[in-house]
Ligand binder design. Structure first.
Ligand SMILES: Nc1ncnc2c1ncn2[C@@H]1O[C@H](COP(=O)(O)OP(=O)(O)OP(=O)(O)O)[C@@H](O)[C@H]1O
Length: 347
C-alpha cells in the first residue's frame, strides 16, 4: 500500500506514436498533422526563415530548437497565419490555420507576446475568449485547474508573476481542447517546479494523441520533453531527427577505456554490434556494449584497465556545435570535442 502510481507519460523515454490513452478526450475533426513546406520569410533583403520543410506528427512532442534569432517565432507565427510567408506554406490537418472554421478549438497557441488586458482577472480573460469562440464556460474552470491557477483565478492579471502569466497563456492555448498545440518557449520564466509541470503536461497532451510543437533554445530541456527535434539556425533546417538519435549521435552510450593493451582489448571487443575506435595509444572509445561487458572481457583475458567510463554526452554542447555557425552574436567559447553529426542533419 501507499505506492505512488506514476502515469506512464512521466517517463521521458517512453514513446507515444499515434496512440491515445484510455482517458483521451473526444478529438475534434482534424488529425492535427502539421505540414511545413518550403516556408520562407524575408524582411527586406534579409531571409529570416529559409525554405523550411518538416512535418509535426500527432501523438508526439516535437521540440523546435534554435539559438536566439533563428526564426522559431516567425515560423510559428506563419503557421498560425499571423505573418504571411514570402514563399511556401504551412497547414494543420491539411488546411491553413485561417481556413479552419473554429481555429481555437483545433489549434491552441502560446506565443511570446502577452496580450492580456492587465485589469482583467484570469477567469474573465479566459471567459471572454471562450464566449467569443463558442467554447463552453466549463472549459474555463477546467483549464484554470489544469494550469494550477484556480486559486488566483479572480485576481487581476497585472499582479501576475512571469510564471503565472505563462500558465495563463498555456490555459488559453488549451481552452478550446485543441488537437494541435503550439507553444513558444513555454518554460520561460518558470521555476524548476513549473518547468517540470510543463514537461509533464506536454507529455500528457501528446499521450492523448495531440500534436505538440514546442520551441526552446534549451537542448537539455527538450531532450527530456520531446520525442522529435527540429533544429534551425539562421532560418535554415539543421536537423530533423528523433531525440534518441540526437542523444546517440552526441556520444551518449559510448564507454571510454584506458588500458596499456588497447589493441588486444579492441580486437576482443570488436564485433558486428560493437564499434571500437582507438583514441590515442592507450585509449579506446567503445560503442554498442556496456562497461560491465568490457570490464568482464578485460578481466577474463588478464588485461589491466586504468579507466572505464560510460560517457554521458553534453547535449547542450552537441547543440551548440550544430548551431555554431548560426548564432547571431557568438562569444568565443573554449569547447570540448563531442560528436556533432546528427542523423538527418543538412549542411
Ligand atoms: N517584423 C520583423 N521585421 C524585421 N525583422 C524581423 C521581424 N520579426 C523578426 N525579425 C527578425 O527575424 C529573425 C528571427 O526572429 P525570431 O523571433 O523568429 O527568432 P527566434 O528563433 O524566435 O528567436 P528568440 O529565441 O530570440 O525568440 C531575427 O533576426 C529578428 O530580428
Amino acid at each position: 500500500m501507499g505506492a505512488t502510481v506514476v502515469p506512464e507519460y512521466y517517463s521521458p523515454h517512453l514513446k507515444y506514436r499515434h496512440r491515445a490513452t484510455p482517458h483521451a478526450p473526444a478529438r475534434t475533426s482534424i488529425d492535427g498533422m502539421m505540414t511545413i513546406r518550403h516556408l520562407t520569410k524575408r524582411y527586406g533583403d534579409r531571409t529570416v526563415v529559409d525554405d523550411l520543410t518538416f512535418t509535426v506528427r500527432p501523438g508526439t512532442v516535437t521540440g523546435f530548437l534554435g539559438p536566439n534569432g533563428a526564426g522559431k517565432s516567425t515560423t510559428m507565427r506563419m503557421i498560425l497565419g499571423l505573418d504571411a510567408p514570402t514563399r511556401g506554406h504551412a497547414t494543420v490537418g491539411g488546411r491553413a490555420y485561417a481556413d479552419h472554421p473554429a481555429p481555437l478549438t483545433e489549434v491552441g497557441a502560446l506565443l511570446e507576446a502577452r496580450s492580456v488586458h492587465p485589469g482583467r482577472s484570469a477567469y474573465d480573460h479566459l471567459l471572454a475568449l471562450a464566449l467569443t469562440h463558442g467554447i463552453p464556460r466549463g472549459r474555463v474552470t477546467h483549464v484554470l485547474e489544469l494550469t494550477g491557477l484556480a486559486e488566483v483565478a479572480h485576481r487581476r492579471v497585472k499582479g501576475f508573476s512571469l510564471g503565472m502569466g505563462q500558465r495563463l497563456g498555456i490555459a488559453a492555448a488549451l481552452l478550446g481542447d485543441p488537437a494541435t498545440v503550439i507553444l513558444d518557449e513555454p518554460v520561460n520564466g518558470l521555476d524548476p517546479e513549473g518547468v517540470l509541470w510543463v514537461r509533464t503536461l506536454l507529455r500528457s497532451l501528446a499521450a492523448e494523441g495531440r500534436t505538440v510543437l514546442v520551441s526552446s533554445h534549451l537542448m537539455s530541456e527538450m531532450a527530456l520533453t520531446a520525442d522529435h527535434l527540429v533544429v534551425i539556425g539562421r532560418g535554415r533546417l539543421l536537423a530533423d531527427t528523433t531525440v534518441a538519435a540526437f542523444v546517440r549521435e552526441a556520444g551518449a552510450g559510448s564507454v571510454r577505456v584506458v588500458t596499456p593493451e588497447a589493441a588486444r582489448l579492441a580486437a576482443l571487443l570488436a564485433g558486428p554490434d560493437t564499434e571500437v575506435t582507438p583514441a590515442g595509444a592507450e585509449r579506446l572509445d567503445v560503442r554498442g556494449t556496456d562497461a560491465r561487458h568490457i570490464g568482464r572481457t578485460a578481466a577474463a583475458h588478464g588485461i589491466p584497465l586504468f579507466e572505464l567510463t560510460p560517457q554521458t554526452a553534453s547535449l547542450e554542447q552537441a547543440f551548440m556545435d550544430l548551431t555554431r555557425d548560426s548564432v547571431e552574436y557568438s562569444a568565443t567559447l573554449e569547447t570540448t570535442a563531442v560528436a556533432t553529426t546528427v542523423e538527418g542533419a543538412r549542411a
